[in-house]
Design a binder for this molecule. Structure first.
Ligand SMILES: [Ca+2]
Length: 129
């Protein structure tokens, strides 16, 4: 499947936009009763977008993660799941591995690859027979 095969419906657009709030910031409060509640997966999508934006917006290009932004994201959001984010070599390896187009930054598409791989690993771990 390619991202070109998917379009964001009007309803999903509004749900994610509401979750992001007027400034793109995570917003759980001003819930408008006329827009249907988000499903768990829609909520997870909005949370991923918000988390990425929060770190990507810290310096330089706000649509991609610099190495410093990735390091902070790994430290705060993944904790021990990826080993020690304080280990410079480990951060270098992860950054290099994620930067598929070699432009020295990690965009959202490259970032979600990491989340997808980790989610698959967690799923295998918990669903082991
Ligand atoms: Ca890149």
């Amino acid at each position: 499947m390619s991202v070109r095969d998917v379009t964001v419906s009007h309803s999903l657009h509004h749900k994610i936009a509401r979750k992001r709030g007027p400034t793109g910031v995570h917003n759980n409060e001003s819930l408008c009763p006329t827009i249907p509640i988000m499903s768990d997966i829609q909520e997870a999508m909005a949370l991923l977008i918000n988390a990425f934006d929060k770190y990507a917006g810290k310096e330089g290009d706000k649509d991609s993660l610099s190495k410093a932004e990735l390091k902070e994201l790994l430290q705060n959001e993944f904790g021990e799941l990826l080993g020690k984010a304080s280990d410079k070599d480990a951060v270098d390896r992860i950054f290099k591995g994620l930067d598929a187009n070699k432009d020295n930054s990690v965009d959202f598409k490259e970032f979600v690859t990491l989340v997808t791989c980790l989610t698959v690993m967690c799923h295998e771990h918990f669903c082991k027979k």
